[in-house]
Design a protein. Structure first.
Lengths: 153, 153
């Protein structure tokens, strides 16, 4: 995969990123891609892009976006002031799944966390994605925690 | 609990917060409280305090810190640009456990997330804390995810 580039997302990438978010078993149920795309995507992009501790990343192959994820660098007191790198909203285009690209993306993200001074990388995966759990465990992650969510109305 | 105050932590609170972090079955194994306390705690406090999307909170009763947690407000594209409120490093002083203070603290934190515009509150709890899981479920959280961690060396 010689033409694979990992880079920070720009505003021009937003329509393709939203397509990636929808191109997913769970994502298609909870995104509002339009057209026109919900204005909240542009607002969220601006909030991410202006925050030095957020890093929205994309994977590009031959001019096409084929993957994305968001890194959050979180300072904290516990574990002796450890910075955490948090991975969220990982997507690989359905046309590229099974090619090893997801593994390359997560390995790249782990290195970004290391370069940022993080001592821990964390993420949660939906219990409805058993393949994802095995994938992350194969990358060295330990499934030590339970992830809880509360939707606010 | 008339004298219970929830407020943003200040640098002067730091020694007591580190004591709370240590006053915990898992925390005592991974904190380095000194004396003197590891300088990394002060560095981490400065990073948290200067980031508008981090909110280190303490609970005070009659001039004593009896609880703490950290809120992180995380902008994101997925779920139509939803902001997430993330709760981390929750502690209640061992002398006050079982008094309902933890419930008050989490309910207060959920309201802070709502006031900040978050549509979701999320946290992870170690599988080694079965009581904590039941506690969060009783507050309405859904244990829909698995939390994975990778320690970087």
């Amino acid at each position: 995969m010689e033409n694979t580039q990992f880079r920070r997302a720009t505003a021009a990438d937003l329509p393709q990123i939203v397509k990636l978010l929808v191109d997913d078993e769970l994502g298609r149920l909870r995104e509002t891609p339009g057209p026109p795309p919900d204005v909240k995507y542009a607002q969220a992009f601006a909030a991410i892009d202006s925050d030095p501790n957020q890093f929205l990343a994309v994977v590009e192959q031959s001019g096409t976006l084929v993957g994305c994820l968001q890194l959050s660098f979180i300072p904290g007191l516990s574990r002796a002031g450890l910075w955490r790198g948090q991975i969220e909203s990982v997507r690989i285009a359905s046309s590229r799944r099974g090619s090893g690209l997801g593994r390359m993306l997560i390995e790249w993200a782990i290195e970004e966390c290391r370069n940022h001074g993080c001592g821990l990388v964390q993420l949660t995966t939906d219990k409805a994605r058993p393949d994802a759990l095995r994938f992350y465990e194969s990358l060295g992650f330990s499934a030590s925690h339970i992830g809880l969510k509360l939707v606010l109305n």
